[in-house]
Design a protein around this ligand. Structure first.
Ligand code: G3P
Ligand code: CA
Length: 262
């Protein structure tokens, strides 16, 4: 660790480990997040979904088929059923691993020896009415991070492709920072973020290459830009040049090294 753990450079993008250090470890596992923290990531990204018994777990896909040794739809399985599965061994560099709950990942993040932010992506929250946001806010309150003094000081950031999902978070926890993800004209142009009160926009790196002025336009409206998923040197350079605030990458160690030189 040591030298790898440098303080985030002001003026350069901060590095968010996308699903953990998912280029080197199975995504969304404790091993992936611990490696990202050891590599000096400024933030961690996770996707959350509701289980049948209304727990929030960290998993990207609608089903467990790709990332575990089981099969089935996450929202139709209980946490106990999910805990029986191995979410690590499918990966070439993976050991057997249990599913992570949001609570477990928050504990890891908040207990780390330096301040790290958790970017929590709500996946398809409208399928469940407002239950995902209710559960999420319940957990953030439980951990004492739902009412930060300001967006800058928040340890949790809620991100989503769902404008309804972002709006519900803003309504119930106005101090929490939120990023509206997406590549539509309304998201990239900022009008969708204005409509729901998001504090930032989250374009893909493909959109950033195509519309580089979107970062300045967001900044002029008081919004930060969070860009995903940035794994190439040329794109890291672009993010640094444009003033992207957060970049999400599957390779935090490599990107942090690149950021020293760009
Ligand atoms: O960080 C945002 C990014 O994760 C969105 O895409 O499919 O990887 O969740 P996805
Ligand atoms: Ca995600």
């Amino acid at each position: 660790v040591g030298a790898a753990e440098k303080v985030s450079r002001s003026g350069k993008p901060a590095v968010v480990a996308h699903r953990g250090a998912s280029g080197d470890r199975p995504e969304h596992t404790l091993a992936a997040y611990e490696l990202a923290l050891a590599q000096g990531a400024d933030g961690l990204e996770c996707d959350v979904r509701l289980t049948a018994d209304h727990e929030l777990v960290c998993v990207h896909d609608r089903t467990v088929d790709r990332t575990s040794n089981g099969s089935g739809i996450v929202s139709e399985m209980t946490l106990a059923q999910l805990r029986e599965l191995d979410f690590g061994s499918w990966h070439s560099a993976g050991d057997p691993a249990s599913i992570l709950t949001l609570r477990e990942l928050l504990t890891l993040t908040l207990d780390w020896r330096r301040p790290v932010r958790l970017f929590i992506e709500t996946k398809h929250p409208v399928r469940f009415g407002s239950l995902v946001e209710q559960k999420l806010l319940e957990i953030l309150h439980e951990f004492g991070v739902a009412t930060p003094p300001s967006a800058d000081h928040s340890r949790a950031v809620v991100i989503s492709f769902s404008s309804a999902g972002v709006w519900r978070i803003r309504r119930h926890a106005p101090m929490l920072p939120t990023i509206l993800l997406g590549d539509t004209a309304r998201v990239l142009g900022g009008s969708a973020a204005t409509a729901v009160g998001a504090t930032g926009i989250g374009p893909s790196v493909v959109s950033l290459r195509q519309y580089p002025d979107l970062v300045d336009r967001a900044a002029a409206a008081g919004r930060v830009t969070y860009c995903w998923t940035v794994d190439e040197l040329v794109d890291v350079q672009l993010c640094a040049d444009l003033g992207v605030r957060w970049l999400a990458t599957n390779h935090p160690a490599r990107v942090r090294d690149w950021l020293v030189t760009v």
